[in-house]
Every structure is written in C-alpha cells, then in structure tokens.
Design a protein. Structure first.
Length: 386
C-alpha cells in the first residue's frame, strides 16, 4: 500500500515537472517571436532648392509714398454768357479733343450775325457807288483842266471840280474804313456764335459735371461746366529727405504700386526735382511720371513708390535668401554634384530680393536657396531646381 502511494506521488511529481518545462518552452518561444532583429536604417538625403548665379542690374531703392494725380486737368467754363440748350456728355465719359460738350442758345447771336452780314453788304455797295463817282469826277476834272489851260473856263469852275474829286476820294477811304469796322463786328458776332458750342480742349475723362440743361451760365463770375482730366499719363509727388538730393536725377527709374492692383508694378521715371528743401520737414519734392494708356491708375489713388537712384550694371546676382552669416562670415552653399560646399563670399548691395556678389562666385554656379539652414558643410543632398 505504501509502495503504491509512493509510486503515485513519484508519477505526479514528474507530471508537474513536465508541465512546468512545457510552459517555460512556450514562454521562450513567444519571447523569441517578439524580438525585432536589429538592421541598418537608410537615411534619405535632405532636399534643397537651388538657383543659378546670374548677371544683371541691381539697385537699392528709395521708398516713399504719394498720391496719383492726372497729367493735366482743366475746369471748363463758357467764353460767353448764355442759356444752356444741350448737354452732350456726363461724368465718366471719355472725350476726344474737339468733342462738343455743351451748346448754348444761339438765337440772338444768329440774328446779330445776319445783321452784321447785311451791314457789310450795304457798305460794300456804297463803296462801289463811291468808286464810280470818283472815276466820273476824275474824268471831268481832267477835261476841265484842259479847258482851264485854254482859258475856256474860270478858275472857280476848275477849283469846284477839283474839290469835288478830292472829297469823293476821301469818301471812299471813309467807306473802306466803315467796311473794315463792319467786318470786324461781323467776325466778333460769328466768334460769339462759335463760342456757344463748347468743346473739349484736350482728350480726357469727364470727372465732374456742374451744370444742367436750361441753366444760365456767365463769364463773370465764371460758371464752371465740367472738370476734365487727361490720364494717359499720371504723376505722383513725393517728399524725400534732403540727404538723398545729390543721389537722384531726372530720368531715374521708378516702380509704383497701388492697393487696387496687388502684385502689379507700374513703371515710371522721375520727371521733376524741386531743389528747394522745406525748412520744416527737411524734405524736397520729386515728381514721378507714369505711363497709363489703359487708364488703370486713377487720380487720388494711394501710391507706394520705389526710386532706383544708382544701378549696378552687369553685376553677379544671387537670391537674397541664399546668403547667410556664419561665424561672422558671409557664406553660401554651392552645389557640387550631390553635395553642398560652404563658401565665403563678398556681398555688395541688396534690394531685399537679390544681392550682389562681388567675389567668391562665378556666373552659372548653383547656390542653395531653400533647405540649407542649419546644414553642415559637405552634406549629401537631393537637388530640386527652380
């Protein structure tokens, strides 16, 4: 009995040991499956954008602000007083030089012209009559002069014909003067008649209308009819500190931008420099002329102006963002195959978009413009060209 119990206990112990070993084997197997084998991870090279070193012109602009004005403008008034009969244009209309804007009532002036023409015709008829009279008196005077020489007529008779002839000649001169006066009066009446038709003095834009049909307008005090502006060219006036007076010249190129057309730059030039410096602001006035054939720039617009007083011609130029400062040196990253090389350069002027390189680079080389901040020298890269 005791042997059987011992045998059973021995078997039970071996079974427990076997189960324990089996469980350990399973745990080890699971652990081995969860272990990730160590391997080398491939690191991709950084991507950089590059730009070529090029030659071009560069300048540092002077920045100012101003207001757009028309090239010239005119407040049109009547040359004679009268009642407005017809208005042909309105605000916003574009008109050419010589286009009819307004016509005044012409009735009284038409009568005056016809009267003047009649007076001239009467005076001309009187002149013809006087000329015939003079011609007859001339013949009679000649005939009587011959008779007087032969003592056929008296001195008194000859003197009478001579006096009559002289008076007739004088009458012709008076009539001719009267004709001249009548013609001048007629010309004045005709001019007044023409002045009833008011035309545009130049091509431009009607920006203001002051009158309506049926209104009476006068010359004293003057009655304004329209405000017309020519904006084929526009201008802006800006003030610059006196320190810039010696640096700018008439003809210097100018870039102009307005809020209405963001991203669009209008090209102009300096047309006038007023050398007088304001004693309060210590600034002088510059006028900039801007071509405006499409009439996009309108009077009153706020303008931002960049003047380029001095241009470095045919300079080596790189993008401004390609140049960095490292350890007090001005440097760029130059592409050499698929590697970047740090190179010191000597920089010149810049306009915040591009920078002049005086020394250290050659035309056609490629410099990094993006992705190089914090990069080390001789770093392998993937190049992306602009």
């Amino acid at each position: 009995m005791e042997r059987d119990m011992a045998s059973k206990c021995s078997v039970f112990i071996w079974i427990v040991i076997g189960l324990a070993l089996l469980m350990c084997g399973c745990q080890n197997s699971d652990s081995e499956e969860k272990i990730t084998p160590l391997g080398s991870k491939i690191v991709e090279p950084a991507t950089v954008k590059v730009s070529k070193v090029k030659r071009g012109d560069i300048s540092v602009p002077l920045v100012a602000t101003g207001t757009i004005f028309p090239e010239y403008e005119s407040k049109i008034g009547p040359k004679i007083s009268g009642t407005i009969e017809t208005v042909y244009v309105d605000e916003g209309d574009e008109v050419g030089k010589g286009k009819i804007l307004v016509k005044l009532d012409q009735e009284s002036l038409l009568i005056a012209v016809r009267q003047g023409q009649a007076v001239v015709r009467v005076a001309e008829a009187q002149l013809k009559e006087a000329e015939v009279k003079v011609e007859n008196l001339k013949k009679e005077r000649k005939r009587l002069a011959n008779l007087f020489k032969k003592n056929v007529i008296s001195q008194q008779k000859y003197d009478d014909i001579d006096t009559a002839y002289s008076m007739a000649v004088t009458e012709i001169e008076v009539i001719r003067a009267q004709i001249l006066s009548c013609r001048e009066n007629l010309a004045m009446a005709e001019q007044k008649l023409r002045d009833t038709v008011i035309i545009a003095p130049f091509s431009g834009l009607i920006v203001k209308r002051f009158i309506n049909q049926g209104e009476y307008v006068s010359t004293m005090p003057p009655s304004p009819l329209f405000l017309i502006m020519n904006i084929d060219k526009v201008k802006t006036e800006i003030g610059l500190p006196e320190v810039h007076l010696e640096h700018i010249n008439i003809g210097n190129p100018v870039d102009v931008t307005v809020d209405t057309y963001r991203g669009i730059t209008f090209k102009g030039r300096i047309s006038t420099i007023n050398p007088m410096v304001d004693p309060v602001s210590r600034a002088f006035t510059v006028k900039v002329e801007i071509p405006n054939k499409d009439h996009r720039l309108k009077p009153g617009m706020f303008a931002r102006v960049k003047i380029y007083p001095k241009i470095h011609k045919d300079a080596l130029i790189v993008p401004f963002k390609s140049v960095m400062k490292r350890e007090g040196n001005t440097v760029v990253f130059v592409i050499d195959g698929n590697t970047v090389r740090l190179r010191a350069v000597t920089a010149g002027i810049n306009n915040e978009r591009e920078i002049e390189v005086i020394d250290g680079l050659k035309e056609g080389e490629e410099v990094v413009v993006e992705g190089h901040y914090g990069m080390a020298d001789n770093t392998k890269v993937r190049v992306e060209r602009e």
